[in-house]
Design a protein around this ligand. Structure first.
Ligand code: UGA
Length: 441
């Protein structure tokens, strides 16, 4: 089938590539000329395992093209996806200007009956706005072309996006007609083997489903972080508690890891946007507000532990930091807990020697050259002469260090483990003081 995708960010690029991989004829459109030029010669703007080779293979097979020409791409697509960014506005609401700009372009160039699919995470009611925008443009052109706007939210995770897209656990389709559902079912048929993963519903329910999923996951994390703070005070170990509750299938093992707080481009933004939507409908979402507030304060928790150990005056100290990305297997540092901690440490006169397997360039882009940040080429190099090690992201390569070597490299013998990667007794046996999250034994 012929598919057009607006936006070559995470969602657009991964979706377009996976659709091409199963044989569809895909054109991805972006207004960023250099990005499009790069993609056409195989340069991928993001770090995502497995994506680069898939883009190259499908591009050379002629099934995946990149273009800045919206008009031609609109003519091409029987199905047109909108997968552009929805950055947060000052008040926490999602900024729809890019989505509506695409809707406008579609309205100006549409020539045939088409299904338009909202894949960006957008507030409830956005499909109606997209429909109205396209209809207004068609009215100006005095054209009566049939089109439908469908909500088909994306549930992919950074770092595992290709896998999530190729093997979805559900395909949510929100449409107001059976015809549009059938068209998307045909498009997704190659991903829908063994059992039917399509969950069809009305448009508004589909829009809300996306926020519900992310808000539920964020709630689990904030709940565990709150519990970790209680554990710390009452002399319990949250890691035992986690295992004790995760074994209950009603609770489950996923997303109950306490840590330095959730980051990334989705959870913080989506929780706030959903609370904002609720407020617009005269409902104060107290739980969502609390989820976000707990997360904000959790991002400061490692700094509190550091001050608990050293006292308030940290000036002149040097700390090693392992991990900058908001989670492993990505170079993304958006809303990353590392950023909050870096600002707090710098504010206290601390120098940081940081290592991240992928986010070095991103850190250089965000912070530029500065004396108080040394970006190192290896985890070991970051330790040299540092007063303590702070672990912020749970990259696999940080999981089982040789604590004897680590102790030799560190000047001060302290670890602040923001992801509970280590067994406190093992670290302490090596002669290193240990602080974790919620480990108040
Ligand atoms: C999230 C969702 O997991 C995806 O299903 C969704 O499609 C995506 O948002 C989106 O809306 O586009 P993502 O932001 O890539 O995906 O990352 P996650 O793996 O969900 O992690 C989010 C944050 O939660 C990370 O900072 C991670 O460290 C933290 N986290 C996760 C915890 O602190 N504890 C946990 O137990 C799990």
């Amino acid at each position: 089938m012929k598919v057009t995708i607006f936006g070559t960010g995470y969602v657009g690029l991964v979706t377009g590539t996976c659709l091409a991989e199963v044989g569809h004829d895909v054109i991805c459109v972006d207004i960023d000329v250099s990005k499009v030029e790069g993609l056409n010669i195989g340069i991928i703007p993001i770090y995502e395992p497995g994506l680069e080779s898939m883009v190259r293979d499908n591009h050379s097979a002629g099934r995946l093209r990149f273009s800045t020409d919206g008009a031609t791409a609109i003519e091409h697509g029987e199905t047109i996806f909108i997968a552009v960014g929805t950055p947060p506005d000052e008040d926490g609401s999602a900024d729809l200007q890019y989505v509506l700009a695409v809707a406008n372009t579609i309205g100006r160039h549409l020539t045939q009956s088409t299904v338009i699919v909202n894949k960006s995470t957008v507030p409830v009611g956005t499909a109606d706005k997209v429909r109205a925008t396209i209809a207004a443009e068609l009215a100006i052109r005095a054209l009566d072309i049939k089109f439908e706007v469908v909500s088909n939210p994306e549930f992919l995770k950074e770092g595992d996006a290709v896998n999530d897209c190729m093997r979805p656990d559900r395909i949510v389709i929100g449409a107001n007609s059976d015809g549009a559902v059938e068209q998307l079912k045909r498009l997704y048929a190659p991903f829908n083997r063994n059992h039917d993963r399509v969950v069809a519903m009305d448009v508004r329910s589909a829009e809300l489903t996306k926020y519900a999923a992310n808000a539920m996951l964020a709630t689990k994390i904030s709940f565990m972080n709150e519990l970790a703070n209680i554990a710390e005070r009452v002399g319990a170990d949250i890691e035992h508690v986690r295992k004790g509750i995760g074994s209950d299938p009603r609770i489950g093992w996923h997303f109950i890891y306490p840590g330095a707080g959730y980051g990334g481009s989705c959870f913080p933004k989506d929780v706030q946007a959903l609370a904002h939507t609720a407020r617009q409908y005269d409902y104060e979402a107290r739980l969502l507000n609390a989820v976000e507030a707990v997360n904000e304060s959790q991002k400061g928790h490692l700094f509190e532990l550091i001050q608990r150990h050293y006292g308030a005056d940290l000036s002149g100290k040097t700390f090693a930091m392992w991990g900058l990305a908001f989670k492993p297997d990505t170079d993304d540092m958006r809303a990353a807990p590392s950023r909050t901690l870096l600002q707090q440490l710098w504010g206290a006169g601390v120098e940081v020697r940081a290592y991240d397997p992928e986010a070095r360039h991103e850190a250089e882009r965000i912070f530029g050259e500065r004396r108080e940040l040394v970006l190192c080429d290896s985890a070991f190099e970051a330790l040299q002469g540092a007063d303590a090690l702070i672990v912020v992201t749970e990259w696999k390569q940080f999981r089982s260090p040789d604590f004897t070597d680590l102790k030799l490299a560190l000047s001060g013998k302290v670890i602040f483990d923001g992801r509970n990667l280590y067994e406190p007794t093992e670290v302490e046996r090596a002669g290193i003081s240990y602080y974790g999250i919620g480990r108040g034994r």
